[in-house]
Design a protein around this ligand. Sequence first.
Ligand code: DQA
Length: 148
Amino acid sequence: MKLLIINGPNMNMLGIREPDIYGRKTYRDLEQFLHKSAEELGIEIELFQSNSEGALIDKIQEAYFQRFDGIVINPAAYTHTSIAILDALKAVALPAVEVHLSQINEREAFRHISYTAMACEKSYAGFGFEGYHMAMQYLHEHHGSGQS
Ligand code: DQA
């Protein structure tokens, strides 16, 4: 199984940005965590991070043409604003799972709405890096080889 793991704006600033909320681990640490998780689960992954909405949409569209089996996405702030990313996820219709490091429902009211989650089968928020592992595991269990 081949999954695309997408991180949105400011996720490259992990370790520097608001450490009280997002912790002190860097995006590089997240990449290493994801590669280790993928190896444990026996799946292939490609990682992508961008601060630009258009680049995120282009990558989601590519996932369709490059025959990925699913998408794990942390759209970061675009979660709460981007109907265009929601539409891209709907357009490719690949199984998708949303992840947030923080528990968005316990933060400011504007973070309580997730447009992108409307095109996702599941969301994990507030589990830190572990949420990505849970998302990969979910897709592996429900959409890996031999699953319906
Ligand atoms: C985030 C939560 C978003 O509200 C925020 O804009 C982010 C990160 C998270 O992982 O907790 O950039 O997606």
